[in-house]
Design a protein around this ligand. Sequence first.
Ligand code: 7UC
Ligand code: FE
Length: 310
Amino acid sequence: MQRSSGDQEGEAARAAVLESRPTPNGSLGVEVLDFDVRETDAETAAEIRALVHGEKLVVFHGQELSTTEYIAFAAALGQPQIYFQENYHHPDHPEIFVSSNRPLNGEKVGVAGTGRYWHSDYQFFEEPLPMTMVSPQQVPSGRRGTNYIDMEAVNAALPEGLRALAEGTRAVHEAKWRYKITPEDVDKSITEILEEFGALTPTVTHPTVITHPATGARCLYVSRGFTVGLAELERNESLRVIGELFDFIERDEHVHFQPWELGDILLWDNRQVVHRASETPPGEPSVSYRIGVYDGLPFYADEARGRLYE
Ligand code: 7UC
Ligand code: FE
């Protein structure tokens, strides 16, 4: 970050303590050098939040943290989230969302293979999750990591026709199609499961293009994972337009792959990127710990806040 002269107001204006450089082989994000996240104080926390808002993805390496130290880092940055479904929780630490295909102390823990589709976390709630961090605990051999797409860049690159169709609309989001069956669901019909989970996660809308509350960046805010339509368009037209948006968003040239190494923490801004977990090769272990962080700002600056869909 640049040292700014004089003005001590605002997070981005403070003198930089952290050193960072662009991620190697990537088009998105920075990696922070020589910093132990256990040393995060109020000033470095403000600087990290500003770095996430400015760079969208921030990667820390070589962090050997206990679960409590990991949660303490999240708490230094903001308010750690408790995920709304308990079956995702770490048994001793509800702040930790566990994506794991390996038992912990002989018991199934968390959910195996989460987020293997393009999405932004909590997009299906009226107040989505501003920041997510993920720390891999067991990394399978071969290619494993998280894919990201910069949605400010995508918005700027949208073909004129698509932009005109999306501009001024609200996108409709639902979680129920991604619901994962739990032992309690045995003997229920698919319809019952959808109704029950749909009642817990009612359909919401957000502006299709959102304005970042800290930077003013304009970001396309839809994903194939959770977005089911555009509210103002007739059903067939809505499906056609979101299909075109998804195909444009997911073009190979828009994708940044961030590989996982043990000791990494990947921290990103859900307002500005969509992400997708890479596949784990069959039989390989894959365990990661996620913590969501509320960064103290509204999710977006647009007046029309998230609301239920009528
Ligand atoms: O299992 C998953 O893919 C989790 C997904 C439904 N939700 C993650 C989130 O925070 O939006
Ligand atoms: Fe996710």
